[in-house]
Design a protein. Sequence first.
Length: 182
Amino acid sequence: MFLFSAIAFAEELRDIKPPVDPRPNFFWLMVLLVAIILAAIIYFVWRFFVKLKKVAASPQVIRPSHEVAYERLDQLRQRNLPAHGQIKEYFSELSDIIRRYIEGRFHIDAPEMTTEEFLWSLRQSVELSNNHKSLLQDFLNCCDLVKFAKYGPSLEEIDNSFNSAKRFVDETKPIESLGNGK
């Protein structure tokens, strides 16, 4: 019986396990991470070229700055802000229309400048006559009075400012557009 139990015990005995490596193996995690990064790069490159292709395929129609100014002036007039007591907003938008027109027409960064900086930069301009510079200076100073000094203009001054803005666009639009006047 002793022999039988010794054989049974010997069969139950197994060799000891080798030591476990305590360092984790990050090989598959690195492979997965590299695959995700490559997939993201491919996706963004693909999207870039699809957008580039769409931009190249669709012709961009750039409207002349005087047409945009006329349209915005008409919209401003139709909104009739002064009748609703929004005089400051009216003059802010009127000034913005002219500044954006000047930016498009003369390539001067007018919307980003203060009135003084803008008028200083106009002194160097040869594209505008002295009459246009003077008209613009009076117009912008009037707008600034309303916007910043809380000046309350009369209805006549409001109309004169609008007419000055329109006249400035009329007189400074490109010569080839003069025959198409609005």
